[in-house]
Ligand binder design. Structure first.
Ligand code: MLT
Length: 411
């Protein structure tokens, strides 16, 4: 019998979102009459925009004819899509990203789980706390964490607490770390990072030869013109930052699957013997071996997002979800909750009522309002006492959920 990767034994029994699904299903079976509203996982509810659907249909028709059939595509994504990304997501902000620095993939989740593979297993990882669980779990699987203690903290990670006390902006690590995961606009707290704060991280990374893994999946939700959309807006970031973006939350591709990661040519790592190597080269080698690129039809759909119609339609989707965020934020405030986020991000982060842990509040919300949310402690120890709601639910259900919380569950 082969030996297993025992680092898996250091993981929590189940992935956070799977656990939420399991508990929701158990409640549904016990209370078949309950009309449950899910504002837990950040999954979109609005249909794909007409520009995207048109491109999907056209691409499907191309696949139906031998003359236009596309087989294997480039490992890293088609050049026409990468050129659109470079121009529309970066060029318009005065940021220069070359086409061969862009790697198109099947999702931000896969990219953020996989990127750690090109780094040594003894790299010291710094994680925001609370954090999107994929960053932590993928590093646990790779053996960088060791076992968790009773408060579910891993001795091998450096935690960067993000609480109301620091405005959900972590302090720089006290010592040296190699890899730093930052996500802004933040999942789960809905916070954003100012240009000055981000510049301090870039400065830290440069001083410590660290690499920042910057997850900008929620960039489209930034409303404040002072907030940077890309880490590459900060001088010196190209040497020390890898940035990922996704089509899931702006264009509603959670079901289609498409994302990309930028690995600048200047970003480098070294061998134990001190030889330096480009991370772009390493990631290219990894992607060429493990992927044949996302489906052609999905890449065509993504390119449609950058057409004038696509841009307008996608903007309307984001505006719609931002209005839902406002409804949740203001509704909860009116009901007496302390609420954060939801102004430049599709997540609302609230304090649980006094004396209730995050999971207690999850249970109470489900039992009394039949509303599913995300317990803050599921995202990390510093999330205890907080709770996350998503603005991606349908408008009618969102309004209904807030109404139920207001009438059945005052803090
Ligand atoms: C979330 O709810 O945090 C995200 O939707 C999960 C994901 O993107 O995988």
């Amino acid at each position: 019998m082969p030996r297993i990767n025992e680092h898996y034994l250091n993981l929590k029994a189940s992935y956070l979102f799977a656990e939420i699904k399991r508990r929701t299903q158990a409640f549904r079976e016990a209370h078949p009459e309950a009309r449950i509203i899910t504002l837990g996982i950040g999954d979109v509810t609005l249909p794909l925009s007409p520009a995207v659907v048109g491109a999907l249909e056209e691409a499907a028709r191309e696949q139906a004819r031998a003359e236009t059939l596309k087989g294997y595509g480039p490992y890293v994504g088609y050049e026409w899509l990468r050129a659109d990304i470079a121009a529309h997501d970066f060029g318009v902000r005065g940021v220069s990203v070359a086409v061969d620095e862009i790697f198109v993939s099947d999702g931000g989740k896969s990219d953020s789980a996989n990127i750690q593979e090109i780094f040594a297993t003894d790299c010291v990882v710094a994680l925001m706390d609370p954090v999107y669980p994929v960053y932590a779990d993928s590093n646990v699987m790779a053996g960088r964490s060791g076992p968790a203690d009773e408060s579910e903290r891993y001795a091998g990670f450096v935690y960067l607490p993000c609480t109301a006390d620091n405005g959900f902006l972590p302090a720089l690590p006290a010592g040296h770390v190699d890899l730093i995961y930052l996500c802004y606009p933040n999942n789960p707290t809905g916070a954003v990072m100012t240009r000055e704060a981000l510049a301090r991280w870039v400065e830290y990374a440069r001083a410590h030869d660290a690499i920042i893994l910057y997850d900008a999946a929620y960039e489209a939700y930034i409303r404040d013109p002072e907030i940077p959309h890309s880490i590459y807006e900060i001088e010196g970031a190209r040497e020390v930052a890898i940035e990922s973006r996704s089509f899931s939350k702006n264009a509603g591709f959670t079901g289609l699957r498409l994302a990309y990661t930028v690995v600048p040519k200047e970003a480098r790592g070294q061998t134990r013997g001190g030889k330096t190597l480009g991370l772009n080269e390493l990631w290219l080698r990894r992607v060429s071996t493990k992927s044949n690129g996302p489906p052609y039809v999905v890449q065509k759909a993504a390119a449609a997002v950058y057409t004038p119609d696509g841009q307008k339609q996608v903007r309307a989707l984001v505006d719609h979800y931002m209005e839902s965020a406002r409804i949740i934020r203001e509704g909860l405030r009116a009901a007496g909750f302390t609420v954060y986020g939801g102004s430049n991000a599709p997540y609302i982060w609230l304090r649980t009522p006094a004396g209730l842990s995050s999971w207690d509040f999850f249970d109470r919300l489900l039992a009394e309002a039949h509303v599913v949310g995300m317990p803050g402690s599921g995202f990390g120890p510093s999330g205890e006492g907080y709770f996350r709601l998503t603005a991606f639910g349908s408008r009618a259900e969102t309004e209904d959920a807030i109404d139920r919380i207001r009438t059945r569950l005052r803090p």
